[in-house]
Design a protein around this ligand. Structure first.
Ligand code: DI6
Ligand code: FE
Length: 400
């Protein structure tokens, strides 16, 4: 069915800039954008359905390209302890931290994980999010990673949001492999990843490259396995220290390297050459009270595409609003509102390997967009959370 959407302005985000069309018109045909341009140039034709957007600003549907939205329990108790002076290391030594989320996730049923994650996704969706990536990584054994990935697939099937699943089995060392990180990586490469990929549960492979998680050598073994299975890779890199995981990611044509506070200019050069997107996660930066800024000047100088995501997770970024992350990307990380919006649209699409079909308002792309009742696009990184009046269209159909 052909539908005309008009009486609006569009920030199309083509080429990573606002690329504004004032007094725009959008024609959708089924799930796709068939035409977009100034209303004065609208092709003459028969439009069986016409929507008056009442002066709204239309942007692409927002894309949250890095979340850990599926998990059991939560860690607000640890947050309270930390603020009373107990260190993160003490908490981890007492069995808390990621290990406590792993226990809660292993103990939870698929239905329980689905129900709690669905609530969190609905919260993200209230900000106009139409695509979200979700990682496994709190199961850390085949059965529990499979359970998480099945929940991730089910979220995409049952909620009006497009979901990409990433296998993050190499997130932390499970208790069964204490002091045997190489053996665990071998187990992922030989057993877990091939099985999960064969079941169609994996769109990409990620790992946590850090001195307290996995070394670049271990990550490289995982990347080689991913390559053999035909799966794209991503990497948590340079969050707490500089191991040059982002350069390693670039060597494997990773879709993205994420966090990056401690990356160097050489890492930025390598990422620019491979087209690896820099995913910045201001929620974790803020929640950990990090002071080391990612090297924004080097990223810009070398033309690395920058995305912004929530990192929604129970330990370091319990973030339920992507728009709040856009604000924090500007305030804490020094992005401009235009860069921040590109980071949650076209560059986020690129970080998921979806830029051919998503992330900007262009003819031929999927019709995922939001009509916001705001004064200008910068409002999207200006307001600190809250509900903005809007209409959300996904696959050409308006959703509530
Ligand atoms: N980096 C993070 O900030 C999270 N995972 C990661 O690789 C932390 C996850 C957690 O603490 O539960
Ligand atoms: Fe993360």
């Amino acid at each position: 069915m052909k539908t005309l959407w008009q009486n609006c302005h569009a920030a199309t985000m083509a080429q990573g800039a606002y690329s504004i069309i004032e007094d725009a018109a959008i024609v959708t045909q089924g799930e796709h954008i068939q035409w977009i341009g100034p209303r004065a140039e609208l092709p003459v034709g028969d439009y069986p359905a016409i929507n008056d957007l009442k002066g709204a600003w239309v942007t692409p549907g927002l894309i949250d390209c890095h979340t850990h939205a599926v998990f059991g329990g939560n860690r607000s108790g640890e947050f309270e302890q930390r603020l009373q002076g107990v260190s993160y290391a003490d908490i981890a030594a007492a069995g808390g931290g990621i290990a406590s989320t792993v226990r809660a996730t292993r103990a939870a049923s698929e239905d329980e994980l689905f129900a709690s994650a669905a609530k969190r996704l609905k919260s993200l969706m209230r900000d106009g999010v139409t695509t979200v990536e979700i990682k496994s990584g709190y199961g850390l054994d085949l059965t529990s990673e499979r359970k998480m990935l099945r929940v991730i697939r089910r979220l995409g099937a049952e909620l009006p949001v497009s979901v990409r699943s990433t296998c993050l089995a190499a997130h932390a060392l499970p208790p069964e492999y204490k002091d045997r990180a190489d053996d665990y990586i071998e187990h992922i490469c030989a057993e877990m990843l091939p099985a999960l990929a064969a079941e169609g549960l994996v769109d990409a492979v990620d790992a946590f490259c850090e001195y307290l998680a996995f070394s670049p050598e271990q990550v490289e073994r995982l990347f080689l396995t991913a390559q053999r299975l035909g799966l794209p890779v991503k990497l948590h890199a340079e969050q707490l220290s500089s191991l040059h995981g982002s350069s390693l990611a670039a060597r494997y044509q990773a879709l993205s390297a994420d966090h990056l506070e401690f990356m160097t200019e050489d890492d930025a050069k390598a990422m620019a050459e491979s087209g690896t997107v820099a995913v910045l996660l201001p929620g974790a930066f803020y929640f950990l009270r990090e002071t080391q800024l990612p090297p924004m000047d080097a990223l810009r100088k070398h033309g690395v595409k920058i995305a912004v995501a929530s990192d929604l997770n129970p330990g370091t970024s319990p973030a339920l609003s992507l728009r709040l992350m856009l604000n924090m990307a500007c305030t804490c990380l020094r992005l401009t509102p235009e860069e921040a919006l590109a980071g949650a649209t076209i560059h986020a699409a690129q970080a998921l390997g979806m830029a051919q079909t998503h992330g900007s308002l262009e003819a031929g792309k999927v019709a995922d967009f939001v009509a916001w009742h705001i004064d200008r696009p910068a409002d999207l990184s200006y307001w600190l959370g809250g509900d903005l009046e809007k209409r959300v269209v996904r696959h050409g159909v308006e959703i509530d």
